[in-house]
Design a protein around this ligand. Structure first.
Ligand SMILES: [Zn+2]
Length: 473
């Protein structure tokens, strides 16, 4: 079955067809954190959805090139640095570090690139884009010296959000300086420097200033992924004005369709309410960990609801996540036991082997609830078979193989804290030597011996890694 996604642009489920499926990886851009404070669990819900999306595409044999930007200059970062009395870069650095730490805790796969908005080469790209927009009549410099996008000249403005331009007046997003603009909805491409910006400024043809938030994403995505992206993601609150503005800027410059599929993740609520510091229900990843939960448990809790459905975070839900994971852990332990036993007498009777139902469910707009439903149904069935001594080693191994495959998407397996046996470590060492000598035959033989002992060796860029394998008895 073909892969299908709900495209915010068309408001329809569409079959996924990357622009250039044979020659290029899928070009995927995901709006990253604004590093003015530690990201909260709501932000991470969106990042986990994007992680799931990338991993499922990869399970379906697509190569993915994913870019996630770091917004390290906009109003909130400048204000934060000023209030802390430190240079902007020093201020944002700590939150960048925290973001990567939290992403690691939640087992989020690293993007291929993390461009930062303050990088000189992207600032240049932004200036180039803005100049292009001015020369096409799509942007203008106002009396306040800032440069704005002229939304009346871009007829498609509002199409992503399905927004009627005449309604813009009532959005309440009026700022003190907006009298300088031609239209209330015109958004800033370049913000002229003012005193509050301190030493945060770059030179431009329009005087010193800094880029607007929207142009940062347009410039960085196009610089790294080209004029036309396959997938662009974010949270629903990015749709307007941020993503709408990205379309206007990018298509305004190139005249080409900017993004084929827009995917947006719904909100996260805490105890049925919007998360807010004032309500005392605002949580970061370390807040959840401090309550005794693991990153794996939080990953599961944030992953298990379909991305287009609001997710209600509760501590009860965290406990459910813990229970679900122990069911998986116990099931895997049992399967391994059966897989490692010699069992001439035992046969698999009537038990169903693994099917493709899990990944088929994910093909359907990442229907994770259905996919997990199938996983737990399989756990019930196979546990019953094992209870009745009706599963042989080969079937158990087939289920373990299946788990290994779906866990490339879920990444929910327990941390292995099993000590590596001396013999296995020695074989791995010998294999590494054989590899260094390019003796591939010997290296393969040693891999097979390691595997026969129930371990698996993977070659990573940090060297060989040993993990508990499916076991081959
Ligand atoms: Zn963005």
């Amino acid at each position: 079955m073909a892969l299908r996604f709900f495209n915010t642009y068309s408001r329809e489920i569409e079959e996924f067809e990357p622009r250039d499926p044979t020659a290029c990886p899928v070009r995927m851009y995901t709006c990253g954190p604004t590093v003015y404070s530690r990201a909260h669990i709501g932000n991470f819900r969106a990042y986990i959805f994007e992680d799931l999306l990338q991993r499922h595409l990869e399970l379906r044999s697509y190569k993915v090139h994913r870019v996630m930007n770091i917004t390290d200059v906009e109003d909130k970062t400048i204000r934060g640095a000023r209030e802390a009395g430190v240079p902007l870069q020093k201020f944002t650095e700590q939150f960048k570090g925290a973001f990567f730490e939290d992403a690691h805790t939640l087992r989020i796969k690293r993007a291929d690139e993390y461009p930062a908005a303050t990088d000189q080469r992207y600032i240049e790209r932004m200036i180039e884009m803005i100049s292009g927009l001015i020369s096409k009549g799509l942007a203008y410099q106002a009396d306040d010296k800032s440069v704005y996008f002229r939304i009346n000249e871009f007829p498609d403005y509002g199409k992503l959000a399905h927004f009627d331009l005449t309604q813009l007046q009532s959005t309440g997003r009026v700022k003190h300086d907006e009298y300088d603009k031609e239209h209330i909805g015109d958004f800033a491409l370049w913000k002229a420097w003012d005193e509050a910006d301190g030493d945060v400024k770059w030179n431009s043809p329009w005087g010193p200033g800094r880029p607007g938030w929207h142009i940062e994403c347009s410039a960085m995505s196009m610089a790294l992924l080209g004029d036309q992206l396959d997938i662009h993601c974010g949270g629903v609150d990015n749709i307007f004005p941020h993503h709408e503005a990205e379309i206007a800027q990018s298509e305004g410059v190139t005249g080409k369709k900017f993004v084929r599929y827009w995917l947006h993740c719904a909100h996260l609520l805490v105890d049925g309410q919007k998360m807010a510091k004032s309500l005392g229900n605002f949580y970061t990843i370390p807040d959840v960990v401090a309550k005794g939960y693991t990153g794996r448990e939080l990953r599961y809790a944030l992953l298990r609801v379909h991305y287009r459905v609001p997710l209600n975070f509760t501590w009860e839900g965290m406990n459910e996540a813990r229970e679900s994971l122990s069911r998986i852990d116990e099931w895997l332990a049992r399967l391994r036991e059966v897989a490692e036993q010699a069992d001439a007498q035992r046969q698999t009777r009537n038990a169903q082997g693994p099917t493709t139902a899990f990944e088929d469910a994910l093909d359907d707009d990442l229907n994770i609830s259905a996919a997990l439903g199938f996983l737990f149904e399989s756990i019930r069935e196979t546990n019953r078979a094992m209870d009745q001594n009706e599963m042989d080693a080969a079937s158990a191994r087939a289920w373990l193989e299946w788990w290994k495959r779906i866990d490339t998407v879920l990444d929910l397996e327990a941390e292995t804290d099993v000590a590596i046996p001396h013999e296995v470590a020695q074989l791995a060492e010998q294999r590494e030597n054989a590899r260094r000598e390019k003796n591939w035959k010997r290296s393969d033989e040693l891999r097979a011996r390691i595997s026969a002992l129930g371990w698996e060796v993977r070659d990573t860029k940090d060297g060989p890694k040993l993990t508990r394998g499916a076991g081959t008895a």
